[in-house]
Design a protein around this ligand. Sequence first.
Ligand code: GDP
Ligand code: MG
Length: 437
Amino acid sequence: SLNEKLEKSFKILKGQGKITEINIAETLKEVRRSLLDADVNFKIAKDFTNRVKEKALGQEVLTAVKPGQLMVKIVHDELAQLMGGEAENINLQGEPAIILMAGLQGSGKTTFSGKLANRLKQKEKKNPLLVACDIYRPAAIDQLKVVGEQINVPVYAEPENKNAVKIAEAAIKHAKANGHDVVIVDTAGRLAIDQDMMDEIAAVKKAINPSEILFVVDSMTGQDAVNTAKAFNDLLNFDGVILTKLDGDTRGGAALSIREVVQKPIKFVGTGEKMEALDVFHPSRMADRILGMGDIVSLVEKAQEQFDEEEAKRLQKKLAKDQFSFNDFLKQIQQIKKMGNIKDLASMIPGVGKALKDVDIDDDAFKGIEAIIYSMTPAEREDPTLLSGSRRRRIADGSGTSIQEVNRLIKQFGETRKMMKMISGGGNMRGMMGKMK
Ligand code: GDP
Ligand code: MG
């Protein structure tokens, strides 16, 4: 881990009185590498290491404290400070207090709306009302109703109304008339920043003047999360960030980058699908997490191209062992999208070419697939055998696709996996060759 690395690179410091520019260089390289590996944006990692350097330089190294430990502490504290002081509360002023959710589709808005309502009800003895303003997917209202039933909080919805602003306004009237002191407005998201979505959420904001706007973001989306956060913040000037799906093996770096870019506090983290899976954000814990993630790239310790080579090898191993997951699949799609010129590239990427063989290949080709995968839980993405009928139904509803589309993707994914297992030499192919000799 980064902890160990730092301590090791500071062995040379023993017996020296001070941290100096020269003996710190190697350590700072490790720090930067670890941050990049934890998905922290490049510029932010660079600025951060510069700040650590300033803090560290000239510090007296006491005999009682190993220099490495001192360095770990400096990095840790700086990380924690960067991500904000202790957790901040949600503004519940107003009668009723109005909380507006914003974020992309699949980020976890509906789930978090329920979790927050539940928390306010249990801990603060509030009487919340959930409001369904996702008017584009019929299933979205039902999803919120299911959530509301689980936690025993009423849901305001107007299934026939296609105007999110009107629904939100009516919901607040309803809340006033029925003694609700908090209104939580769940909204529609798209797969990517899109003008209609932005116009709509801006109009809702203007109409209901929320006391708190929370931006919900899937921590597994890494660097993309930062761009999305910036776009939403530029538009809405939101009050806080909710980082969801931290229960997966997510690198915490998105937290750091988002905080640095939008300068807004992270207020809660989602750690599971259940209504109770909600934690107040603790900067210090997140710093631990980021520090602990440091070993992956520093182990590889190679240039970027070689790292890609490692990644390719890793993938191939997973394919051979039949462990290629929807998360890997998603990563591949994102890589293709980044490279552009999709037509030429898609067929070369393991796992993706085949699933796309029946589709016109342009950026849109990925949308349905991405929507479906984003609507899966982290566990389902890792282990597609979990995908029972009811889960498939939920995923279809959540992604705004049909159960047929979900089934098709899962089937194609399974076939691709099988095929890749053969090609990558781990399975039948080698067996066949062996017999031929
Ligand atoms: P929305 O489109 O923004 O409303 O997102 P949803 O609330 O429908 O969430 C999308 C998917 O992510 C659903 O399958 C949720 O169960 C799941 N989900 C949301 N938050 C978390 C979380 O913190 N951890 C895990 N494991 N899954 C989550
Ligand atoms: Mg939703």
